[in-house]
Design a protein around this ligand. Structure first.
Ligand code: ADP
Ligand code: ASP
Ligand code: MG
Length: 314
């Protein structure tokens, strides 16, 4: 019997009808003879709605409390899917991060996973249950709720697939695979049958949000076979895995666009060794990824330092 982790994104669980359709798909996969762990995102728009509520009460909402707030989106969809599956006669149990000891560091809003204990998940699977897991959330060593960064239900799914040594991690979304460019921006983009972890990592890091960057990194590290598929159709998806011979012939796999970048310029800094570290170390300590860095030619011993970060990190 195979073990498959399926992850359904926000649009895929965006309404009661969509949740019913997801439940049908989960049951079909199970009837196909697999043990199923389902990771769900919040219903489409819900996480943004929650962030907005917080911003209406405070200009800079406390990070710990924001995580308590925004983690609720996934709790709702996990419970709804479990309720639906049970009502169809399929024994199901839902788990939140604390029930699986999915521990993270304390970097609220972009916490990194330290470990996950799957014994309870395994026991439930052994008991013949379908397991539904709330994505995006973790707990820090103090037992406080953390979240793993936007789009990180993908990461929850890959982390579970790695820990459970699943046969595959299936990412169900609103497009039927990974395209050479965002098909919603560029309708002529072509679907890729396969893409290597390295190329996918590159595309995700540069803005192709179809897979969250760290989830691809983790999949590569643990060699988790990943497939991106549509939750709206039966169309064959895109496999993400180790590079093979045919991939080496392809020179350009895709083009990406990221509309959520901020550019910061620190003007007139002293041009001496060690200054870059002084600027970038605290940013790194806060877990913020800096992408492009440009330093001007110095004039009178001073220079401008320009760099880009994700807009939500601004
Ligand atoms: P989910 O809520 O299921 O996680 P996301 O919105 O995070 O879905 O990711 C799916 C979206 O990724 C698609 O709707 C598409 O607009 C976008 N996307 C960006 N680049 C690509 C690409 N190269 N191939 C496919 N989809 C892409
Ligand atoms: N709900 C979270 C978000 O909107 C996580 C996810 O969808 O993967 O970012
Ligand atoms: Mg996503």
């Amino acid at each position: 019997m195979g073990l498959v982790v399926q992850k359904y994104g926000g649009t895929s669980v965006g309404s009661i009808d969509r949740i019913k359709a997801v439940a049908d798909r989960v049951v079909r996969a199970r009837d196909g003879g697999n043990r199923i762990v389902v990771v769900v995102s919040a219903m489409a728009g819900e996480t943004n709605r929650l962030f907005k509520l917080a911003s209406e009460l405070s200009q800079s909402p406390n990070a710990r409390e924001t995580d308590v707030l925004v983690a609720t989106g996934e709790q709702v969809s996990a419970a709804l899917l479990a309720i639906r599956l049970q009502s169809m006669g399929h024994p199901t149990v839902s788990f939140l991060a604390f029930q699986m000891n999915l521990t993270t560091d304390s970097n609220h809003g972009r916490a990194r996973i330290k470990s996950v204990q799957c014994d309870r998940v395994m026991r439930s699977l052994d008991d013949g249950k379908i397991v539904v897991v709330a994505g995006y959330q973790g707990v820090n060593p103090d037992g406080d709720i953390t979240t793993l960064g936007r789009g990180a239900s993908d990461l929850t799914a890959v982390a579970l697939a790695a820990a459970l040594k699943a046969d595959a991690c299936e990412i169900y979304t609103d497009v039927d695979g990974v395209y050479t460019a965002d098909p919603n921006v560029c309708p002529k983009a072509k679907k890729l049958g396969r893409i290597s972890y390295d190329e996918m990592l590159e595309m995700a890091g540069l803005g192709a949000k179809v897979l969250q960057t760290r989830s691809v990194e983790l999949a590569r590290r643990y060699n988790v076979p990943l497939v991106v598929r549509s939750s709206f159709s039966e169309v064959e998806g895109t496999w993400v895995g180790q590079e093979d011979q045919s991939m080496e012939d392809v020179l350009v796999s895709g083009v990406t666009l990221d509309q959520n970048q901020s550019k910061i310029t620190v003007a007139g800094v002293e041009d001496r060794p060690g200054l870059a570290a002084k600027i970038f170390s605290p940013i790194a300590d806060a877990g913020i990824v800096v992408d492009m860095i440009i330093q001007n030619a110095s004039a009178d011993g001073r220079t401008d330092m320009t760099f880009t970060i994700g807009r939500e990190d601004l």
